[in-house]
Design a protein around this ligand. Sequence first.
Ligand code: HCB
Length: 214
Amino acid sequence: DKEEQFEKLKNAIINQDIEGCKNLTKEALDAGLSAVEIVNKGLTPGMKVVGDKFESGEAFLPQIMMAAKAMQGAMEYIEPELQKGEGEERIGTAVTFVQEGDIHDIGHRLVTTMLQANGFDIVDLGVDVPDDNVLEEIEKQKDDQILLVGSALMTTSMLGQKELMNLIGEAGLRDKVKVMLGGAPVTQKWIDEIGADATAENAAEAARVGLDLM
Ligand code: HCB
């Protein structure tokens, strides 16, 4: 059943089973499970376990790298599915990026793909993006309003989001952007504190929130 498949996917990430993870993902899609639930109920919970093991000293960097590789392999099947969105209508432009000092890009890519599938034109600035580059890109955009979508996976890089919000204000660009910031450490409390507009738990929710904001 479904639960069993989610458990297998989760274990494939935990066990860093690169081939197995890819094959299980394909099997799950073929069996009719949605790409979103495969990510949210199988792969991401596996990543969480790997991260927790790393934190507690039960796993080391090579293991996280292999687990990430397993997830990236699965993405080869997941991303094309996510791209089959319903949004024919163009919503606007989303500028997506990962905060300076941070190279975690799996969640960023998922969020970017889901926004694209829902009608956003995407400008993907990639990972480890200095605030100045983000500001430059906002200035360059011709629309009256754009969606700014930032990710931070570490508490250190998350602090950079506060600085970015300050810089956006100082540059007089606050009215031009709706700002959605996310990543594992980001909370609604943090969003309120730094004066951003919203956050989201996962890529599917990010697409919904992004549409609401625009
Ligand atoms: Co990395 N790492 N890592 N890591 N890593 C974390 C993030 C820790 C939490 C692990 C831990 O200690 N528990 C930790 C950060 C601790 C902290 O600051 N609190 C950590 C650390 C410390 C490090 C290094 C410093 C390790 C070292 O070198 N000693 C180093 C830093 C590199 C750097 O960025 N400068 C490092 C490196 C790595 C890699 C390279 C081995 C690898 C990344 C590979 C890659 O991305 N290409 C990696 C990984 C894989 C992880 C964990 C295990 C998983 C992250 C992940 O991909 N999750 C992570 C543990 C964890 O997060 N619990 C660990 C799956 C995705 C789908 O979830 O949360 O990224 P997501 O995204 C979601 C969600 O947040 C939301 O939607 C996404 C999709 O559903 N979302 C948004 C994301 N962005 C959004 C934006 C929006 O606007 C709205 C929603």
